[in-house]
Design a protein around this ligand. Structure first.
Ligand SMILES: C[S@@+](CC[C@H](N)C(=O)[O-])C[C@H]1O[C@@H](n2cnc3c(N)ncnc32)[C@H](O)[C@@H]1O
Length: 297
């Protein structure tokens, strides 16, 4: 059985999320369509296909209830309900917010990595915008990856999904022109976000671009009620942090963050070029001209 009203209800003391948001979402979501979708996917086979037995789940991931769902993302309900809910929590519109990241990518990247890709919505948009690039989505939840792959196949979009931990991806160094993370860091302890940025730095080619689209930290600090109602376990710590500082700490340069409407922000940084290449570039056309540009190998 699909264990949702949309979200399972706790018998005793209800959290604010369960009291107010879950009932609202329950009305907004077409439960029959979800049941149909659930039944049209072979979850067991999909999870087996995506699960990499080498992957070790970090503690924060196994023990937290994201979005009020028990077992966080390691279950089918989370994967099924993620898209129907997310469309309502990214004002002024989900596509518009996600496009802010896509539009900020400069040049023609050859390889793009989407960390914590979830159900792959941004991953698919990346491939549509850069059809010649190899696009990979990586996530810790096999169930989310099954949903992402289902969407990619239905849309005939050629992307690859991988089970993995964004803190230690086991992917080769300097292999990507663009690495991005959408709505990932508000769900991780800040120490994890910093480790992920260090890993992204390792994965990027010199001159490669890092983009982080997530909750607006200034807004979260100014409006504590947001952290209260969404009940993400690490959202308050995330709001107290500073993605710019984390990017700088990881070694990125040309770091900056801009508001995406009121609730979100887009941060980017660039992996520095080796000094020798900087000298050549500074003598040539377009040297250090604006942000951000994918560099040829
Ligand atoms: C809020 S969802 C965002 C999904 C997607 N990026 C989007 O924009 O809709 C957060 C995702 O991050 C994944 N995640 C959390 N920690 C992770 C980690 N250390 N490595 C890889 N994925 C992680 C979760 O499994 C979940 O799918």
């Amino acid at each position: 059985m699909l264990s949702i009203g949309i979200y399972p209800m706790a018998p005793q003391s209800k959290t604010l999320f369960e009291q107010f948001l879950a009932p609202v979402f329950s009305h907004l979501v077409d439960r029959n369509a979800l049941v149909q979708l659930r039944d049209s996917i072979d979850w067991e086979a999909g999870v087996a296909q995506f699960t990499n037995p080498q992957v070790v789940y970090p503690n924060y991931y196994k023990t937290s209830n994201f979005h009020g769902i028990k077992n966080g993302y390691l279950n089918v309900d989370a994967a099924l309900t993620y898209d129907p809910i997310t469309q309502y929590v990214l004002p002024p519109g989900e596509t518009w917010v996600r496009e802010s990241l896509i539009k900020a990518i400069g040049g023609e990247p050859r390889r793009i990595l989407d960390l914590g890709c979830g159900t792959g919505t941004t991953t698919l948009m990346l491939k549509r915008r850069f059809p010649n690039a190899e696009v990979i989505g990586l996530d810790l939840s096999p169930q989310m990856l099954v949903m992402a792959d289902y969407k990619a196949q239905a849309a005939a979009v050629d992307v690859t999904f991988r089970h993995g931990n964004a803190m230690a991806t086991a992917l080769p160094a300097a292999a990507f022109d663009v690495v991005c993370a959408t709505l990932l860091f508000h769900e991780t302890p800040p120490a994890v976000a910093k480790t992920i940025l260090s890993e992204a730095f390792r994965l990027l080619t010199p001159g490669g671009q890092m983009l982080v689209l997530d909750g607006n930290q200034r807004t979260l600090r100014a409006s504590d009620w947001l952290s209260t109602i969404f009940e993400e376990p690490f959202i308050r710590d995330y709001g107290q942090g500073n993605v710019d500082a984390w990017l700088g700490y990881a070694g990125f340069e040309q770091v900056r963050t801009e508001d995406v409407f009121w609730l979100n922000q887009l941060s980017y940084g660039r992996k520095p070029l080796p000094v020798a290449e900087r000298v050549v570039k500074s003598e040539g056309e377009g040297a250090e001209s604006g942000l951000p540009l994918a560099q040829p190998a």
